[in-house]
Design a protein around this ligand. Sequence first.
Ligand SMILES: [Zn+2]
Length: 388
Amino acid sequence: MIIADQHLVKKMNQKLILNEIIKNAPISKAKISAITGLNKSTISSQVSSLIKGNIIFEIGRGTSSGGRRPIMLMFNKNAGYAIGVDIGVNYINVILSDLEGYISYSCYQDLEETSFAGMREALFTMIKTAMAHIPDSYYSLIGIGIGVPGFVDYDHQVVFTPNTKWNAINLQRIVQDEFNVPVFIENEANAGAYGEKNFGHAKNYENLIYVSVNIGIGIGIIINNQLYRGTKGFSGEMGHMSIDFSGPRCNCGNRGCWEMYASERSVTTSLTETKKMTHFSCEKITELVNQNDIETLNALENFGFFLGIGLTNILNTFDPEIIILRNDLIESHPIILKSIQNTITSRTYREQSDSCKFVISKLGKDSTALGASSIVIKNFLDNFSITD
Ligand SMILES: [Zn+2]
């Protein structure tokens, strides 16, 4: 005879009830019972535990379907806070979010120093500043999620970053030792895809591709609502897909990689040559576009063309419902998205390109950091358990 583990059953019931409150709050115990099929005494005792654990609370009384109006239950989104970090090749973005992903504090810093030691100092300072902004709450900081621009394996090890050359870095342990909370490391594009899926444009899509264009290009793949990581966790490195087999050598070892033609760096390199200027910011490019500067408009048109070449390959490979593009220049200059669309429609069957939406990121520069914080929140709630 199999004897059910009473403790495990209680834990599973509690998780089921908490999930319903998170999804459907404000909600009554009777409604939870109707949805889950659990009896009222089980629900009452678990709700008491969850209230004691400060993860839910009661509000007034809802509408009645006859008889006494019920007390409604709410999810306490302020029970704890997560820190989400986006470490780019040349910047760090840190956000502090509640348990529903609302940002209560954020800070952004350009990085002069791309060595790991230089980055770590800035990272620790920024995390400490974010921690100082955590409001009074029962669980305070529940964890730190970090998106990095490179190869991250299933054990949260940063195996290699092609643009900053970090090798075999145990970033999870380094951050955990300093802050003593759970730490999760994810590839920046995977985290961005996760952010858009949870809080952005992709909430209602099951199959999506998130394309992050910065110094390099990374993509996050979600298939049937699940992040696709590949065997070792290295999927989505399509910035290193060759679009010219005899092209110049890339940092990754391949030749003619897509990101050598279609990254932000390719735009600034081409403008540096044509405009004889050394430093181009997004603001400077906007100023030149506003002056109808032909060379700048050509550079942006070319940027869109090369993005379109790689995106055509992605469309042919995955047939996704939606492709979400994340890049400051694309978000500021519609000419680039137009050029992308022109390139794709001239190279694909109409039915194929028409069935996929191309949109710019809803979360903008916070997509990776929010995705990283949502990994922390999911882990906290998945493992949440209050015992009597
Ligand atoms: Zn490459």
